[in-house]
Ligand binder design. Structure first.
Ligand SMILES: [Zn+2]
Length: 181
């Protein structure tokens, strides 16, 4: 039996809720979907990228077919994606609680952002890709961040650059290199 169900969320649209108590570290579900290879090297391409894609590597995303399309962001999440597609609980979660993850931990598109109103005292308000993540948040979740996103954070953290344009030049060079469909 599925551990999750979908219903209206207080955070945003529909959300994923757990149908029974979940223990810290437990697998909640596996994200399933089509693998996408896509080069996002400017604002225009970022706009046509899929709304619900989950990053799994360099220029690679999964376009989910299961409940994951309703997986909401929180700046103080109770779940994380371990490896590439395995959703695990970061703490004990009570039956009928909504599950959330931090979108920035699995996203490297520097042209992407969303506004956040998750209600957490740690809310970052504007959610961007991992290059913009505060160092403290990165350190807190680093054991769960896939190795590709860790490398991206270390090399392309915005604090390594004078400004966004400095990051943009180097980032676009990096993602264009070896890009094949
Ligand atoms: Zn927030």
């Amino acid at each position: 039996m599925s551990k999750v169900y979908i219903k209206k969320s207080k955070l945003h649209g529909k959300g994923i809720f757990v149908s029974r108590n979940i223990k810290k570290g437990e697998i909640v579900f596996i994200i399933k979907g089509k693998k996408i290879n896509f080069l996002i090297d400017n604002n225009e391409k970022a706009k046509i990228a899929g709304l619900n894609w989950v990053g799994i590597g360099k220029n690679k995303w999964v376009d989910p077919i299961n409940h994951c399309i309703s997986f909401n962001h929180s700046c103080e999440p109770n779940c994380a994606i371990k490896g590439k597609v395995t959703v695990i609980a970061l703490r004990n979660i009570k039956k009928d609680e909504e599950i959330t993850f931090d979108y920035s931990l699995n996203e490297s598109d520097i042209f992407w952002h969303i506004n956040c109103n998750c209600g957490s005292s740690k809310c970052r308000k504007i959610i961007k890709s991992i290059q913009f993540l505060p160092k403290t948040t990165f350190t807190k979740f680093s054991h769960l961040i896939p190795s590709y996103y860790k490398k991206v954070f270390i090399k392309f953290n915005i604090s390594n650059f004078k400004n966004f344009n400095g990051l943009k030049t180097e980032w676009v060079n990096f993602i264009k290199k070896d890009f094949k469909i």
